[in-house]
Design a binder for this molecule. Structure first.
Ligand code: GRF
Length: 189
């Protein structure tokens, strides 16, 4: 059983779906020791409370620099024997300390079919570019934004009548369907 921590900054719907899939035994090869957030009032924290998952808010602003912030995070991860980090809407670029401590052990979900539409606003950018498909990518995190080795990705079609809100909903549904299952397969090996 692989021990993970999930990192989030906002809504936390991916976090919740992963936890529900674990609790309902849809996936069996990993657990989530804790949720780490960088925003004090983010909705992910409320979800954690409801789901009975330990959560910690670590305020980046209370540290002098990124190294000190990440040292604090690493200490907490070590206390919980965390082996892999799952980024699920964590809106912060990781620094060298976390990346070297957890090299090839940090996984992110991105709402586009990479390498298209890296960075924030990926869903809107795909929508605005009027292409007929986009997707979701699950990948390892490295020094370059949204550029690490791809673990799994899936397309979805953008119909002519699709609004931006429809597309956002479609992308999130796809994320919720594939994230925990992809992690489960990965951790089984
Ligand atoms: C998702 O679209 C994910 O791909 C991106 O951030 C969003 C997080 O959504 N990295 P949520 O907080 O899990 O609802």
């Amino acid at each position: 059983m692989v021990k993970t921590a999930i990192f989030a900054s906002g809504n936390g719907s991916n976090f919740e779906h992963i936890i529900l899939d674990i609790q309902n035994k849809v996936v069996n090869n990993f657990n989530v020791a804790l949720l780490i957030v960088d925003k004090e009032n983010c909705y992910a924290l409320k979800r954690a409370e409801k789901l009975g998952v330990k959560s910690i808010f670590i305020d980046p602003k209370s540290f002098d620099n990124k190294n000190e912030y990440e040292t604090k995070i690493i200490n907490i991860l070590k206390e919980h024997n965390v082996e892999f980090l799952i980024l699920a809407g964590f809106m912060r670029i990781l620094g060298g300390l976390l990346l070297s401590e957890y090299r090839n052990k940090i996984i992110n979900i991105h709402p586009s079919y990479l390498p298209s539409f890296k960075g924030s606003n990926a869903i809107k950018n795909a929508f605005d570019s009027k292409i007929d498909k986009t997707g979701v990518t699950i990948h390892y995190v490295n020094e370059e934004l949204d550029s690490g080795k791809i673990i799994y990705q899936e397309y979805l079609t953008i119909d002519k009548s699709c609004t931006l809100e429809d597309l956002e909903e479609k992308v999130h549904k796809l994320e919720h369907r594939i994230f925990s299952r992809t992690l489960d397969k990965l951790f089984k090996q």
